[in-house]
Design a protein around this ligand. Structure first.
Ligand code: MG
Length: 389
């Protein structure tokens, strides 16, 4: 039987690798919907190759050029935000791969879950911001959300128990990023180019900067809380420089189960696509011979973003949305050369300190908190800049 797939975020790093995995899997998988943000040229070539039933482009300014490029292809076209939502609940799709970056992924996630789809989720921000809302709505069904994030895929693969009380804690592994071992005095001087050189993983720019600040792991802690319905105190982070052990589950009898593999995003993508089955993959298997694996505690002092994420997770309500919104602005300012690397956590913390947290938020509350956090972060960023960071 053919598995019909809707892919949102098709022109980003995860989207491109998802198509590569689908190419490798062969006839059993069909792309029925493709959605992208602004890269209309790549989306057009993907539409020509995969002939989806619908193509959606969020950037409305490119609509005319894009439609001209796909002229003659029998494919429904929808622009703007409504196009993304339509692709997320496209009737013939049974699995929706959500691979957009940032908060824009939340509404499509909600739309896909509400319309009964299975979701392969690469967009962690939507769970960070909206996890509490999804849980209260009863939409966080672990059988329907398949994580593409490598750590969470590893937890899912190592989670053999059906009884939550058998789980003691989980360990999310972190490579430590390109600046592991550095102190804040040196971190102050690092450039976007330095930060974009991740030692192990090939990823998009936003997540690569988040890896360098450790905010990525912080967001993953919150993501794990919702995906696996854990208390925040049960989620630990461990630095593992080799990125071979992708995460671990510790059971109450002291046993730890882990998933190992070379760092290659195609592995968790394929696991999500073929779940519950496993199929042959182009990913090279890890060889355990002559290998040293190390595990150490994170440096919370020089990389304070991890603490900020724990603080937001403990506060709950709209605070995770504020953490995420302020972080997205801080990363953009850093990439534009307008903020020092060490000012990223300073900026986020200042915005969190100013926030009036709303408990048990509804959707409009998190939207407002997100907008508020972005505006406040831009103000605060300008202030930090005037002070020469
Ligand atoms: Mg990850």
């Amino acid at each position: 039987m053919v598995k019909n797939i809707a892919l949102l975020g098709s022109t980003g790093s995860i989207g491109i690798q998802t198509l590569e995995v689908i190419d490798g899997l062969g006839d059993g998988y069909k792309i029925v919907a493709l959605a992208a943000g602004s890269n209309y040229k790549l989306l057009a070539s993907q539409v020509k190759k995969y002939s989806p039933e619908i193509a959606a482009l969020a950037d409305e300014s490119a609509t005319n050029t894009f439609q001209e490029m796909i002229k003659g292809i029998p494919c429904h076209f929808e622009q703007g935000r409504s196009g993304q939502l339509l692709a997320a609940c496209w009737p013939s799709a049974e699995l929706v791969v959500l691979a957009q970056v940032g908060f824009s992924g939340f509404e499509p996630l909600l739309a896909a879950l509400k319309s009964g789809k299975k979701v392969a989720l690469a967009n962690k921000e939507s769970l960070v911001i909206g996890g509490e809302i999804l849980q209260r709505s009863g939409l966080l069904d672990p059988d329907r959300i398949l994580p593409i994030d490598s750590e969470h895929s590893a937890i899912k693969q190592s989670w053999t128990s059906r009884k939550p009380e058998e789980i003691a804690r989980i360990y999310l592994t972190a490579s430590g990023g390109p600046f592991y071992g550095m102190k804040s005095t040196d971190l102050h001087k690092v450039t976007p180019d330095d930060a974009l050189k991740h030692p192990n993983w090939q990823m998009g720019p936003k997540i690569t900067i988040d890896s360098a600040t450790m905010m990525n792991k912080g967001l993953e802690v919150i993501e794990a809380k919702w995906l696996f319905n854990l208390d925040i105190n049960q989620i630990k982070v461990v630095i593992h420089r080799q990125s071979i052990v992708h995460s671990m589950v510790e059971y109450i009898d002291g046993s730890i189960l882990a998933q190992l593999g070379l760092p290659d995003m195609r592995a968790p993508i394929q696991f999500a696509l073929t779940y519950p089955e496993r199929k042959v993959s182009p990913v090279t298997a890890f060889s355990p011979y002559d290998t040293t694996l190390t595990f150490t505690e994170p440096d919370y002092v020089n990389f304070p973003c991890l603490n900020l994420a724990y603080r937001a997770a403990n506060a709950g309500g709209t605070m995770p949305a504020v953490l995420n919104g302020a972080n997205e602005v801080a990363v953009a300012l850093f990439l534009a050369g307008k903020l020092a690397f060490t000012s990223i956590p300073d900026l986020i913390e200042k915005v969190m300190d100013l926030h009036d947290n709303i408990k048990e938020p509804v959707f409009s509350d998190v939207i407002e908190a997100d907008c508020w956090a972005r505006a406040k972060a831009l103000d605060t960023g300008a202030m930090l800049r005037e002070r020469k960071y």
